[in-house]
Design a protein around this ligand. Structure first.
Ligand code: ADP
Length: 455
């Protein structure tokens, strides 16, 4: 009798995983097919990373079975597994300043064996990987010195050099600008056509990227696989609402499925003269705790531009916080920046959450600069470079320093921030009771209109 997974390089059968006593994956069954790019989508905490780790035997299921090339994954030795699966984990930072070439050569260790010198085949695999990842001109550069996009390409090249038929990637695009995000998926396309049993599985935040490039999408919600199929079949308004808890529009443009923010977000609520108006710059979930504290305190909050389905965009939406939204998979537009400046013009204080700075959101910091001398501005969580949050080749760090020079105050955490904002609110209260604070400015009726998604 043929086994169900015959021909499929990876097969999950009723896999349940518990971590820390809690179910993280629940009864997952699916097969990765040869030649496909399978995108795992779902909100933070839905189990994407755990699924990728379980698929290569790094996490043991409580029940069910994972078969890698028709054999239970745990029956392959560590070295054998490394020959079958190349793994690009999330946010890996090289710890030593290897050259790019040395770093990529690390991918050969599973085939080399301990202390064996590299052979002709190893050198060829490394050279091919450097060429494929467009890193030949950087082969002698220090891996810690190259840009974040180039480092991401080196991680990919290291995985390629491994020569494994399967490639698993965990959110490799989150800190990359649009051009590099596209590049990752184009490379995956080439990867899966290298051999008959090649396939790739990638967790990705951005639904539009997944829709554009994946052959199939696996939708995870609280550890369950709730849908599996082509982007066109599985991407619906109802599913996005079910899985992400937000309202989106889904359009079919030719062959492609495109996810769009809803047309208009409500205008800011009318200004309450008693409530401080705080403008929050956030992204990637960095602002969730701060936002909760601000709303609990009764402040009126506005937000800087965020990408649709970013955790902070969802938090803004849930808190009814006006903030310009930008289509997923798009840079900040002039329109969103203009809306940002209008919201800043109506704010009484600015808070910058400890967000990751990348080429895609640098403009958010630059747009604050003219407002800092006239508004109390608080930067939570230290300079982005020092804190490992600068993925813009130092530009984020410089923009942050500019804000400090202009008078922004650095604060350690939410408690200190809230104390300082309280002081601002009472200063304003005193000033207005003396008649010097003036009436609250009228917030411009900006709202956030839909930014068009890429075609
Ligand atoms: P995703 O990649 O979709 O963000 P993860 O697989 O990282 O999701 O996490 C799924 C859930 O498992 C989360 O609730 C997370 O807190 C939890 N989790 C992840 N790793 C561990 C761990 N080592 N111990 C306990 N819980 C964990």
């Amino acid at each position: 009798m043929k086994s169900v997974d015959e021909g499929n390089p990876l097969h999950f059968q009723d896999v349940t995983v518990e971590l820390g006593g809690r179910p993280v994956l629940r009864e997952i069954s699916f097969a990765l097919r040869p030649g496909e790019v399978l995108a795992l989508v779902g909100p933070n905490g839905s189990g994407k990373t755990t699924l990728l780790r379980t698929a290569q035997g790094l996490v043991r299921p409580l029940s069910g079975e994972v078969r890698l090339f028709q054999r239970p994954v745990e029956r392959w030795s560590f070295r054998e597994r490394a020959r079958l699966v190349a793994w690009v984990p999330q946010g890996e930072e090289p710890y030593e300043n290897f050259t790019v070439e040395e770093f990529v050569t690390l991918g050969r260790y599973p085939t080399l064996g301990p202390f064996l010198p590299e052979g002709e085949a190893d050198r060829k695999a490394v050279n091919d990987a450097l060429r494929e990842a467009d890193l030949e001109s950087l082969r002698g550069s220090g891996i810690l010195r190259v840009s974040s996009g180039e480092r991401q390409r080196a991680l990919y090249a290291r995985a390629l050099a491994q020569g494994a038929p399967l490639l698993f990637l965990d959110e490799p695009t989150s800190h990359l600008d649009m051009a590099h995000q596209l590049e990752v998926f184009e490379q995956l396309d080439r990867f899966v056509s290298r051999g008959p049993s090649c396939a790739a599985m990638i967790s990705v935040h951005d639904l539009n990227l997944a829709c554009r490039f994946a052959d199939r999408m696996a939708w995870l919600s609280r550890g369950r696989l709730v849908a599996l199929g082509s982007p066109g079949e599985t991407t619906t308004r109802e599913r996005i609402r079910e899985v992400f808890g937000v309202e989106m529009e889904v359009e079919q443009r030719g062959e492609k499925t495109v996810v769009l923010p809803p047309p208009v977000r409500s205008d800011p609520p009318p200004a309450d003269p008693g409530a401080l108006r705080v403008h929050l710059v956030a992204g990637g979930g960095s602002g969730e705790g701060i936002l909760r504290a601000l709303l609990t305190k009764g402040y009126q909050v506005t937000g800087a531009p965020v990408h649709v389905l970013d955790s902070d965009e969802v938090a803004f939406r849930r808190g009814n916080v006006p903030a310009p939204v930008v289509a997923p998979f798009a840079p900040l537009t002039e329109r969103s920046r203009e809306q940002h400046r209008r919201l800043l013009g109506a704010a009484q204080a600015i808070v910058v959450a400890p967000l990751v700075i990348g080429p895609g959101n640098l403009a958010n910091l630059a747009d604050l600069r003219p407002f800092v001398p006239v508004l109390p501005t608080f930067l939570v969580g230290g300079p982005p470079g020092t804190a490992g949050r600068d993925f813009s080749a130092g530009q984020g760090e410089r923009a942050y320093e500019d804000l400090v020079v202009a008078g922004a105050v650095q604060v350690r955490g939410t408690a200190e921030l809230m104390a300082l904002l309280s002081a601002c609110a009472s200063d304003r209260g005193r000033a207005s009771s003396r008649g010097t604070g003036g009436p609250a400015e009228v917030l411009p009726a900006s709202g956030a209109a839909r930014e068009d998604a890429p075609g």
